[in-house]
Design a protein around this ligand. Structure first.
Ligand code: RB5
Length: 146
């Protein structure tokens, strides 16, 4: 199980973030909360940037939550070294780690319920990258569009 997670949201993902922070801490995971600290309307790219920069700098793992997970993933994936994946079920979460080495999990508070979100996060934290042919493919992600 991963021991440290960098997390952030916008107002649309704030309530789920607060609940997941508590769950993560109860599982013994150190949580770095990059905000926000209230439900006031805010801009998801700002928090995507904070989390993405830390994840890349630390070679760590992060979670970003907005209403759908979509805006967060679009913003996070603009940062070199970030592989952000929106997941709506546990299978996607496991595959995002095992095959895609996703280093940021994106969730949509308006899409999934809390129980599903908790299961997704657990699956994400417990699954390791399989490497091998998947490493070749994620390396190709860096070059195919250039
Ligand atoms: C905010 O209303 C909403 O647009 C945002 O949370 C997110 O879903 C964007 O992708």
């Amino acid at each position: 199980m991963v021991k440290r997670i960098i997390i952030g949201s916008d107002h649309g993902g704030f309530t789920l973030k607060q609940r997941l922070v508590k769950a993560l801490e109860s599982w013994g995971v150190e949580v770095v909360d990059e905000g926000p600290d209230c439900t006031d309307s805010c801009d998801y790219p700002v928090f995507a940037a904070k989390v993405s920069q830390k994840v890349v700098a630390e070679d760590g793992l992060g979670i970003l939550i907005c209403g759908t997970g979509l805006g967060m993933s679009m913003a996070a994936n603009r940062f070199a070294g970030v592989r952000a994946a929106v997941c709506t079920n546990e299978f996607m979460a496991r595959m995002s780690r095992a095959h895609n080495d996703a280093n940021i999990l994106c969730l949509g508070e308006r899409v999934i319920g809390y129980g599903t979100a908790e299961g997704i996060v657990k699956a994400y934290l417990e699954t390791e990258f399989e490497g091998d042919r998947h490493k070749r493919r994620i390396d190709l992600i860096e070059t195919v569009g250039k």
